[in-house]
Design a protein. Structure first.
Length: 418
């Protein structure tokens, strides 16, 4: 949707019914250009193009002010400057964009583990499991936009719908800096008037074939007998187009590891020797892992500990839990046991991590007498508060001691496949 200039922008009011619209598509606005403007506030409000100036360079992206002149991604720079001679051209700094991308993606990871990263500046989130803690899909969309802005100064747009396809269309329409919710009951109404090009993957030859059949809108595609569609574009495309045009899209969110594990690890600025400090860090990490398990509505059947010494020797130890759990206290107890078995004995530690493994869907099986009840209640209260006030707002009382300084903060190994 990068050629849009925002003139056809559509956003939802506060009263929109977002029930069931739990798939979010989040996409940063004019990403490379917006990052450049953070360093050059004097360029705000001006037509800015990011790309090389050399002969055959192309536009990577442009601010919405430049798009108003018809400038768009992948256009030859020479052509862009014909359309908008007063545009300011800035060279791309890809390293910087990757850094911002990571920061934004880690905000998504804190919302839910159900994140599918699509490109450097966009992702799908399934917030079905996160609703209990963070509110309705529209509330979560607002929360994401606020956190991204507070943390990076960048704006993004969010589409919320029942399916990936519709969510992505919606975020494109909400641009820039908006939210569009498509209530499931209004999916048809939303799709029908759109041009056939809106159907994912339609371009070039397929579009021509559909036009030859006299099809112009998504409604035309939904209504034409499937046989006619098959002979025009082939069986596979016909089925897919027909499904999408009718508002059906069975694709699920595919996370990097499809959530085989959820972990956090921390690299210390100065190596740590004191075992009590390391155990306190394990509590903090377990706490975060537990919160993410609960947000995803999954339980862990195993725990793994990762330890890296200052000489980069790295050890991993894991064990099964007696019972699947999402209670941080249980993850902590197991990880401390694993830690003690390693007999660190004064070797300086550079990194420590906790990972929940053997994940399964659903609440833990509860026997008549539930020994974890109190922990569960306490932790779910913490979840609610964090949902409202942010991840760092609430910590276990035993963590209220100075912590060693860290290099780069916690990472999410479960999400990155490390
Ligand atoms: P997009 O999300 O497609 O575009 P955008 O973020 O610049 O603008 P918007 O989403 O508001 O429409 O792409 C993200 C970044 O990827 C973009 O900032 C630059 C880069 N990119 C290219 O380098 N070449 C391209 O052809 C496209 C489409 C994007
Ligand atoms: Mg974008």
């Amino acid at each position: 949707m990068s050629r849009q200039d925002g003139r056809a922008r559509r956003i939802s009011g506060d009263d929109v019914d977002d029930t069931g619209a739990h798939i979010l598509h989040v996409d940063l606005d004019a990403f490379f250009a917006s990052v450049e403007l953070l360093d050059r506030p004097d360029l705000r409000g001006k037509p800015v193009i990011v790309g090389g100036r050399e002969g055959r360079s192309v536009v990577t992206t442009a601010t919405y002010e430049a798009r108003a002149y018809g400038v768009g991604s992948a256009m030859p720079m020479a052509r862009a400057l014909q359309l908008c001679p007063k545009a300011i051209v800035v060279s791309p700094r890809h390293e910087l964009y990757r850094l911002y991308s990571k920061r934004v993606m880690s905000i998504f990871d804190d919302i839910t583990p159900m994140v599918e990263k699509l490109s450097i500046d966009e992702a799908f989130l399934d917030v079905y499991g996160a609703r209990r803690l963070l509110g309705s899909p529209a509330a979560i969309a607002r929360l994401i936009r606020q956190r991204v802005y507070d943390d990076t100064g960048l704006t993004c747009s969010v589409g919320a719908a029942e399916t990936k396809f519709v969510a992505k269309l919606a975020s494109g329409m909400a641009k820039p800096d908006g939210v569009l919710v498509v209530p499931p009951a209004q999916t048809q109404e939303f799709l029908r008037p759109l041009p056939i090009r809106a159907l994912a993957g339609v371009g070039g030859k397929t579009e021509e074939a559909l036009q030859r059949l006299g099809l112009r809108t998504v409604a035309d595609v939904a209504e034409i007998p499937i046989g006619a569609l098959r002979s025009a574009v082939g069986d596979a495309s016909a089925t897919r187009l027909h499904e999408l045009a009718s508002g059906r899209d069975p694709r699920q969110i595919v996370t990097e590891q499809s959530e085989k594990s959820i972990g956090h690890e921390i690299t210390f600025h100065d190596d740590v020797v004191d075992p009590a400090t390391l155990e306190r860090e394990l509590l903090r990490l377990s706490d975060r892992v537990g919160a993410r398990l609960r947000a995803a509505g999954v339980t862990a059947g195993g725990v793994a500990l990762k330890l890296r010494y200052s000489d980069f020797t790295t050890l991993s130890r894991s064990r099964r839990l007696p019972e699947a759990t999402s209670v941080a206290r249980r993850l902590y107890e197991s990880s401390v046991e694993l830690f003690r078995e390693l007999e660190v004995r004064g070797r300086p530690v550079r990194l420590i991590g906790v990972r929940a493994e053997r994940l399964s869907e659903g609440a833990p099986s509860m026997s008549l007498w539930d020994p974890d009840e109190e922990w569960r209640d306490a932790e779910s209260t913490v979840d609610q508060l964090r949902g409202r006030f942010g991840v760092d707002a609430v910590t276990s009382a035993s963590l209220l001691t100075p912590r060693p300084s860290t290099a780069g903060g916690t990472r999410h190994p479960g999400q990155r496949g490390t």
